[in-house]
Design a protein around this ligand. Structure first.
Ligand SMILES: [Zn+2]
Length: 294
């Protein structure tokens, strides 16, 4: 069976110490064992200078090598794509800068039915959703959330939905806006105060909502309109694959006219949508009622 039939867009989101790295290693381990070609990709600002880029977890000794792309320019991902790769595992995707054009590139990968699995934090240290998490939700991906245990004190066993930015002396650090500084890797803002702050997974009761927040950032949830890559800049195999996906969909719709009942039974929702587009709402309603009466 071709990977086009196995299309999947998965996201593993959550908080720090939630075991996302472990999930990534679990997926990578299974793919490697099954000899399924895959790649781990991560933004170049998510790796410390002296660190070997890869997929790792503090909860495991396993490691898979990763390739880095430019966090300021997501179209750099395109040069890392290869026709024989069946799944792309994206690590630390919340670190990509908002202006990098990431969503347009991901949309193109989804349109070609490449299988994606995205690992990213849901919230920043101001408890605001990262745009990548909102993107995953809006695309109807298979989404799971993973959370760790609150580290406010040894006795709290609360679910750590939040990340708290704290100073060495234990005081909460003022939130300075839409910075990418969450988790345990270096973001652009964190470099300024490197060594002086730490992050802690915190539960609802132990997350400080009273900390001063940046006035420049409204904290609204938004997804910038994906700026699509100009078609002529896309690899030709990716374009061909998108075309093939559309052709297969059209073929299914065409066939459904010859075997309506069995197709409705087999693919009720997708074919309903196709019929809706082709026939208009009223006719489809009549059509469905006709099927039910039989
Ligand atoms: Zn707690």
């Amino acid at each position: 069976m071709s990977i086009i039939d196995n299309f999947s867009f998965n996201a593993n989101l959550g908080g720090m110490a939630g075991g996302k790295g472990l999930i990534g290693l679990y997926i990578a381990g299974k793919l490697k064992y099954a000899r399924i070609p895959f790649k781990v990709l991560r933004p170049d600002n998510s790796v410390r200078n002296n660190e070997k880029p890869g997929l790792s977890s503090r909860m495991s000794s396993h490691f898979f090598e990763a390739e880095l792309f430019d966090t300021k320019n997501a179209s750099s991902i395109l040069s890392l794509l290869e026709p024989h790769i069946e799944l792309y595992l994206f690590e630390e995707l919340h670190m990509v800068e908002d202006t990098a054009g990431l969503f347009g590139v991901l949309d193109d990968m989804i349109d070609a039915r490449l299988s994606l699995n995205i690992l990213a934090l849901t919230n920043d240290t101001g408890a605001r959703i990262f745009p990548i998490a909102a993107y995953c939700l809006s695309r109807g991906a298979n989404i799971k959330q993973h959370y760790g245990v609150c580290q406010h004190s040894d006795l709290c066993r609360g679910k750590a939905v939040y990340s708290q930015l704290i100073a060495k002396d234990g005081t909460v650090v003022e939130d300075s806006g839409p910075i990418i500084a969450s988790g345990d890797v270096l973001g652009s803002e964190e470099k300024k105060i490197e060594g002086e702050v730490d992050y802690q997974p915190r539960c609802r009761g132990h997350f400080n909502f009273e900390m001063p927040r940046s006035s420049t950032y409204q904290g609204g949830i938004f997804i910038p309109d994906p700026k699509r890559i100009p078609r002529e800049q896309l690899p030709s195999w990716l374009l061909n694959r998108q075309k093939l996906v559309r052709e297969r969909l059209d073929e299914r719709i065409k066939n459904s006219h010859h075997h309506k009942d069995s197709f409705f039974a087999e693919y009720p929702s997708s074919h309903l949508i196709a019929e809706l587009r082709q026939r208009g709402r009223h006719k489809v309603k009549t059509y469905i009622q006709g099927i039910r009466r039989r």
